[in-house]
Design a protein around this ligand. Sequence first.
Ligand code: SF4
Length: 430
Amino acid sequence: MNEADSERIGRSFAARGFELTDSLKAADAVVINTCTVRQRAEDKAISQIGRLRKWKLARPDGKLFVVGCAAEKLGRKYIRNRFPFVDEVVGAKSLDKIEALLPDFPTLPDFPPENRHSVQKHTTGQPSPLPTFRPPTPRLPDSPVSAFITIMRGCSLKCSYCIVPAVRGEASYLAPEEILAEAEAKIAEGAKELILLGQTVNSYSYKAGGESVSFARLLEKAAALPGLARLRFMSPHPLFFTDEFFRVFRENPRIGRYIHLPVQSGSDRILKAMRRGYTRARYLDIVAKIREAAPDAAVSTDFIVGYPGETEADFRESLSLIGEAGFSFAYCFKYSRRTDERGLEPDLDEAGMDERLERLLAEVKKNSGAILNARIGRIEEVLPESRDFGRTSANFVVRPERGAELEPGALVRMEITGVVRNALKGRPVP
Ligand code: SF4
């Protein structure tokens, strides 16, 4: 979500004649897009803002924006008191306001468009290369082949451990025409894959003029756009799957055969305490329906270990779910009371958390290895994102065998010949 927001902010600058630069010296404006999902991300944002004091001293006419989720959580007052040299603080709920702030940029009248620069920084978990693009054909930070489209903002669920509803607000949905126009524009710029984004992406529903567009209908329309090779979406929530969705998924092979479906725990008791709204059986039923619609589909997930009250027996339910659901991958996290609405203390100490995390990761690794190895010998359609890697429809990374090169953006059939670490190895075939 943050990367998509950063890209959108970058486009607002670009529309006013700015170019992105990775040189702080050359920058007329700096945007720090903050994350608060973990303490480390928030700390990184704070220290990055602190480091910009020097830049601001050297460039008093430059403009420093602090935006995003940590900005929302910490608040304008706190940030301005601690860092008086920050010009604008824009929380995640009001990112659209950045547009209105740009025309006030004090140096604009003095600089011809070709001399304007801005630099964006993410403070999300993974370091992300700084985007460099020139209007009017902005590119995505990580891959020109794949483009994000935000279809909703915020979340109306109340999972006990989650800070998202507090910093991003209630769910709101963008109009389908707006989404499809953005999709067409990104395809025209060269994107071959679109990723529809939302915190509970499949809760999408838009009503206007007596007509209602469901998530399934939106997927169907987007999948039919000319020039598109693949459509993906992240992240769906188990509460919002419908029969209409499974029909559309089955009938449209352009929709990637991969679903990231966060489960968080395999224990009904813990799921209830987390207020996730489903049971293990219901979750497994959805996984079965995904595989019924697309037998090749890969499903990955998120787990939290050490949630308050999680016993060894509860934890074992998470362990056993890995094989039962056949997860291709899982992001595993330790419970943090920091983002928990009730601030509950975990029962486990740090060592106990680490021990469960390690056991869970080992099980995920074992299962992923078996799933990757089962792909050897198959012919897969791969969408190359660079010369040395692409992804299958089920989202497995494929690297070409030594000596072979891929053409970014051009779908290619590849025979899978092996597994190297977490990726497949393959060779193009006619
Ligand atoms: S559905 Fe996701 S974003 Fe919404 S509250 Fe739960 S964990 Fe947070």
